[in-house]
Unconditional design. Structure first.
Ligand code: ADP
Length: 309
């Protein structure tokens, strides 16, 4: 499918609301559930009406922080946006919202309208991050569980995403309450991309993340082994610093797709710090090409190919 057709597909979704949608697989029953209050029912319908206008929803997960989850989310979203798709990027990594920095949007704040919160726009992309709510970048977010759940729900319900081809969600790390409520709220999810690093200790986290997805019935689109070897900026040779292959082995053992390995590349760290997406600004580098191959596999999986075939 080319860009024009993709846009037409998204346009046709424009008129789709919970009242007009004829999708028999949609989980939005218009009936109030027995155990649901009127407010809860209204909130559920509001959430579903938003999500119903988004064709594909992909969550990026990791067993722990610092493995490159936000890097993958940013570059996946940017690659799709550059190919003409309408993309939303939602950063709900509550304790470490790094997406505003990675996209050079640190000084942006969120505006509200009668219809909800307006995401920050960049290229073809609408970006929303918990980071936009912080008055000072150095502020720590000390919120108790219910508040975190509330803000995740608000970002899904109250943000004016409009019609999107893809929503990419940078989830909080781990397998606790926050990723859990995220996966439960975004129903149905196309699936999860799991990011890990090569060491065997990291593989334990992958196992947990995969089990988590199975428990919450979220398809695993695949595992990415990030920081897999180091690319010499002078000669381009890749040196294995950490024992490689943990992510691949675990993906094979647990019978989920292994999407590929991304080496440690100084360009990735530099572009993140400079607020420029690596896949866009270092497009001709071998690492960006590897990244693009991984992204192509994600968007070509069964669940997402509808839009791309
Ligand atoms: P997470 O979201 O898992 O906490 P980030 O994506 O924020 O991790 O990455 C942590 C840091 O590592 C960032 O500074 C990022 O630029 C850097 N980084 C991520 N992947 C790579 C890589 N393959 N090569 C070099 N630096 C990387």
């Amino acid at each position: 499918m080319d860009v024009k057709e993709a846009k037409t597909g998204a346009d046709s979704a424009k008129s789709k609301t919970c009242d007009t949608c004829g999708d028999s697989s949609c989980s939005a029953t218009k009936q109030q559930k027995k155990d649901e209050s009127t407010e809860e029912y209204a909130a559920r319908i509001r959430l579903l009406s938003r999500l119903c206008r988004i064709n594909h929803k992909i969550v990026v997960l990791s067993g722990k922080g610092g493995v490159g989850k936000s890097t993958v989310a940013v570059n996946l979203a940017m690659s799709l946006a550059l190919s003409g798709k309408r993309v939303g990027l939602l950063d709900v990594d509550i304790h470490g919202p790094s997406i505003p920095t990675m996209l050079g949007l640190e000084n942006k704040t969120i505006e509200g309208t009668a219809g909800g919160l307006l995401p920050v726009e960049l290229e073809n992309m609408k970006v929303m991050s918990i980071g936009f709510l912080l008055q000072n970048q150095d502020d720590a977010i000390i919120w108790r569980g219910p508040m975190k759940m509330g803000v995740i729900k608000q970002f899904l319900t109250d943000v004016e995403w409009g019609d999107l081809d893809y929503l990419i969600v940078d989830a909080p790390p781990g397998t606790g309450d926050e990723p859990l409520s995220l996966c439960q709220l975004i129903d149905p999810l196309d699936g999860a991309v799991i990011v890990t690093t090569p060491q065997r200790v990291a593989a334990v986290d992958v196992r947990k993340s995969i089990s988590f997805c199975r428990q919450v019935h979220v398809p695993v689109l695949g595992v990415i082994e990030n920081m897999s070897g180091f690319v010499c900026p002078k000669c381009g040779e890749i040196t294995q610093i950490l024992p490689a292959g943990g992510g691949r082995k675990m993906a094979t053992d647990m019978k989920v797709p292994f999407l590929g390995a991304i080496p440690m590349d100084p360009g990735i760290a530099k572009s993140g710090d400079e607020g420029r997406a690596f896949i866009q600004h270092y497009a001709s580098s071998p690492t960006a090409k590897l990244m693009q191959e991984i992204i192509n596999q994600i968007t070509a999986t069964d669940k997402t190919k509808k839009l791309n075939s």
